[in-house]
Design a binder for this molecule. Structure first.
Ligand SMILES: [Ca+2]
Length: 292
């Protein structure tokens, strides 16, 4: 093991290799544009947007993040502040990209083991300033809480979904623009690592598949009583209404799903999709596993 890798395990203040100097690592929580700007209806027959003409706006996007681990197979480790290493906090991503923490004296190295978790909020979870007591109470037991208003012409539906599943994102890799496991902490400089949360995967047709068709009809229709849907028509699509819809029964005109064998209902598809939201540095992918 290189001397400076051992140094990294001990944090700041010790010597590094020839020509190398410790740097600063700033970790930010990145909100994908879909979260802050919404997802527009597609214009024309190609390009991005919702293909069936719905436009989606997030009015809430809360996600619990924590248990951040930044290390390397060679033994280097970034000393993550305790609040982020073992704790968890609710992040309001509608507020946009925000700082998580900064670590000084980080030994320059590739940290190829990057992981973090999104577990259900518990009594020790911290909240954004200004979060109401009622909202804190409502978030208990959930790892993600989204509220969406969707409109198409004169039709409008809303949803408020709280997901109780917990996820661990691990072995994160850089995006195509800087490939490789984890990230490289620069020698003597400032490095930024983003824990990036995506906001459009629930509306995809293939589970977690970037570039798959984006549609909202099956979800909007889950509020209706038109078979195979079994909703109550009150203008709000609940996760329970989505649970009642078998993916195989959805009319092809509404959508054709590929759950990769991981779900049989629309609700199950949405729950599994939640576990595909975690990335690094934009589009860098992570392995995901249920932790509860
Ligand atoms: Ca309903």
């Amino acid at each position: 093991m290189n001397k400076w890798l051992i140094c990294g395990a001990l944090a700041a203040g010790c010597g590094v290799g020839p020509g190398q100097a410790p740097g600063t690592l700033r970790v930010v929580l990145e909100a994908e544009e879909t979260i802050t700007q919404g997802i527009p209806a597609r214009v024309g027959t190609s390009g991005e947007g919702v293909q069936d003409g719905w436009a989606l706006t997030y009015t809430r996007f809360w996600v619990v993040l924590g248990r951040v681990e930044l290390s390397s197979a060679a033994g280097a480790r970034v000393v993550v502040p305790t609040a982020w290493a073992t704790g968890s906090r609710v992040v309001d991503l509608r507020a946009g990209t925000q700082d998580a923490f900064t670590v000084q004296g980080v030994a320059p190295a590739r940290y190829d083991r990057v992981s973090y978790e999104s577990r259900p909020a518990d009594a020790s979870t911290e909240y954004p300033a200004g979060a109401s007591m009622a909202d804190r109470q409502a978030m208990l037991g959930s790892s993600t809480w989204i509220e969406v208003t969707a409109t198409r012409g004169a039709r409008s539906v809303r949803l408020s979904w709280r997901f109780s599943e917990g996820w661990r994102y691990s072995d994160c890799e850089g995006p195509e623009t800087r490939p490789g496991r984890g990230f490289v902490a620069a020698s003597g400089g400032a490095t930024v690592l983003a824990l990036s949360i995506h906001g459009d995967h629930w509306w995809w047709q293939t589970l977690g598949q970037e570039g798959s068709p984006v549609r909202f009809d099956p979800i909007a229709n889950a509020d209706t009583a038109m078979a195979p849907y079994a909703g109550n028509g009150d203008g709000e699509v609940t996760l329970e209404e989505c649970e009642r819809v078998g993916l195989a029964q959805i009319p092809p005109a509404d959508g054709v799903f590929n759950p990769l064998g991981r779900a049989t209902t629309l609700g199950g598809f949405l729950r599994e999709s939640t576990g595909t939201n975690g990335h690094i540095d934009g589009d860098g992918v992570c392995a995901a596993a249920r932790v509860r």
